[in-house]
Design a protein around this ligand. Structure first.
Ligand SMILES: [Mn+2]
Length: 240
């Protein structure tokens, strides 16, 4: 778990590009930053499992699950989904690697869908309120995470995939954003999943929502370009 009182660094969708990830993290020593990945560390690029292992082993680091992590896990419970997994950018060697690594699989299954930071920031993979279908108002964050975990353990990957794949609606629909922040009792939300084209993370509605998917991976299928790494990796504080 992350040490208290460290400034927060948010890392957008890595999508298997370890080289650009390491370049992006150079100014941020792990002992001086609480590093938070918004999910989708795997697929498109060649080093998805490598990125997961790095995130797991980096001190003071958290991740939330993305739809591509769900897709990879799905091939373990339903091997016949391999073709589909490859069609969405999965790497066969990554799938083989995680299949051989029970420890990594167990770790990945334990990762949350939602993470509430000490300053009241909510971290999730996609900028959508579809997670609300799993939410119990008595314990909003934990109920969603429990449901996600249950789905992954009981063959519910299709529903997990559906929720984590929803497109960014917070940019265009501030009323839904407000309701979601109210329901989760958070003051703002950061997410990835839907690439933006800014040189910095895209800030919506006076900072209530921030999109950190700047298309970091040079192997991104739809947004393969040399995007600035500052579009995906940035300290949270400078954006508030
Ligand atoms: Mn995604």
């Amino acid at each position: 778990m992350a040490a208290d009182n460290l400034p927060v660094l948010i890392v957008g969708d890595v999508h298997g590009d370890l080289e650009r990830l390491f370049e992006a993290l150079k100014p941020y020593p792990p002992d001086q930053w609480h590093t938070v990945f918004v999910g989708d560390l795997v697929d498109y690029g060649m080093f998805g499992v490598g990125a997961l292992r790095y995130a797991r082993d980096r001190p003071n680091t958290n991740i939330v699950l993305g739809n591509h992590e769900v897709a990879m896990l799905w091939t373990l419970t339903e091997p016949e989904r391999l073709g589909w997994y490859l069609s969405i950018g999965g790497q066969a060697h990554d799938r083989d690697e995680i299949k051989r690594d029970a420890e990594l699989t167990v770790w990945l299954l334990e990762q949350p869908a939602l993470l509430r930071l000490d300053d009241g920031t909510l971290v999730q993979h996609c900028g959508h309120d579809l997670y609300a279908r799993w939410l119990d108002p008595d314990d909003p964050i934990e109920s969603v995470n429990q449901k996600m975990s249950d789905l992954l353990m009981t063959g519910g990957e299709a529903e997990a995939w559906e929720v984590l794949s929803a497109k960014n609606v917070f940019a265009q629909q501030p009323h839904r954003l407000h309701e979601w922040l109210q329901a989760t009792r958070c003051r703002r939300v950061v997410f990835g999943h839907t690439p933006h084209r800014n040189s910095k993370p895209e800030v919506y509605h006076d900072g209530l929502a921030i999109n950190f998917d700047g298309g970091l991976s040079a192997s991104h299928r739809k947004f393969a370009r040399k995007s600035p790494i500052t579009a995906s990796v940035a300290p949270l504080d400078v954006l508030s």
